[in-house]
Design a protein around this ligand. Structure first.
Ligand code: CP
Length: 313
């Protein structure tokens, strides 16, 4: 089945960061994501059978790479790529990112890239002749994750205005948190509680953006207090790989865990999200609770990434 091609005011080429999305662009992406759910249910489409996607991943990934690859396959396209580009591409021989992107642009119609360095997606976009989708740039941004996070909130809670969102964990290195904060700034009456160990607080540039957009927030060390009025608890992993010392990692690790006791203080209609992978910060006993939405969230990544491919083409 072919999704209907309609005229749209919202143009999308590169997806580099969450700040590029307006509320109307988000509405449209979420509408297309819904239609992609129906296309998947009906066995997919062959509309991009002549298109090729390259996935270039310089950092490990399960969800982002495989959901993009599945998204392209379910739209009939083909995928080429390398999952450990730092080792298995000519980067290891000293090729620059710019040269790699110039060359790969000639082999494919869209490039999905995850890189270790903040700003790598912008560097790639500056030389690419096809759309670049940022699948995570170091501790910078992860805009496609934030889109699927927001789509999940809309599906689960039924609204994107009037929300109290509690972001928990490694807020300094958590690129998904940065991107989600930027997207939430498109909505009305949003309040964010940032609950993080002292050495991994939300960066000042994220707070400045929220200030400029009139979004209220607080730094709240007491997770129980924040959770009791939350609509969404967005838990994140302490990113061991981004710490320069084990001592600093240990200071941040294990401080905030979502467990059965925390479920007891949460609202009945709230949800728990996590970009995954988790590393102990949500106890497995929580998984059976209907408010545990993180596996449904990961599934939504397929539909949202199909919608992004659709918009980029
Ligand atoms: N959420 C996310 O980016 O997961 P992966 O690292 O497995 O892609």
């Amino acid at each position: 089945m072919q999704p209907a091609k309609e005229e749209s005011d919202v143009q999308l080429y590169h997806v580099l960061g969450a700040k590029q999305f307006t509320r109307s662009a988000l509405d449209e992406i979420f509408e297309i994501s819904g239609s992609m759910e129906r296309i998947v249910e009906k066995g997919g489409s062959d509309r991009y059978k002549n298109k090729v996607m390259t996935t270039l991943f310089f950092e490990p990934s399960t969800r982002t790479r495989l959901s993009f690859e599945s998204a392209m396959s379910r739209l009939g396209g083909k995928v080429i790529g390398t999952e450990n580009a730092a080792q298995f591409s000519s980067t290891i021989k000293g090729e620059t990112l710019e040269d790699t992107i110039r060359v790969v642009s000639g082999y494919s119609d869209i490039i999905v890239m995850r890189h270790t360095e903040i700003g790598a997606a912008e560097r790639a976009a500056a030389v690419a002749t096809v759309p670049i989708l940022n699948a995570g740039d170091g501790a910078g941004e992860h805009p496609t994750q934030a889109l699927l996070d927001l789509y999940t909130i809309k599906k689960e809670i039924g609204r994107l205005d009037n929300l109290h969102v509690v972001m928990v964990g490694d807020l300094a290195n958590g690129r998904t948190v940065h991107s989600l904060s930027y997207l939430l700034a498109n909505y009305q009456n949003i309040h964010i509680s940032f609950t993080a160990p002292e050495n991994v607080q939300i960066p000042p540039y994220v707070k400045k953006y929220l200030d400029d957009k009139g979004i209220t927030y607080e730094e709240e060390y007491d997770l129980t207090r924040a959770a009791s009025t939350a609509d969404v608890i967005y838990q994140t992993r302490i990113q061991k790989e981004r710490f320069t010392s084990l001592d600093e990692y240990e200071k941040a690790s294990g401080k905030y865990i979502i467990d059965a006791e925390l479920l007891g203080v949460m609202r009945k209609k709230s949800i728990i999200l996590h970009p995954l992978p988790r590393a102990g910060e949500i106890s497995v006993q929580v998984d059976e609770d209907p408010r545990a939405a993180y596996f449904r969230q990961a599934q939504n990544g397929l539909y949202v990434r199909m919608a992004l491919i659709e918009k980029c083409f």
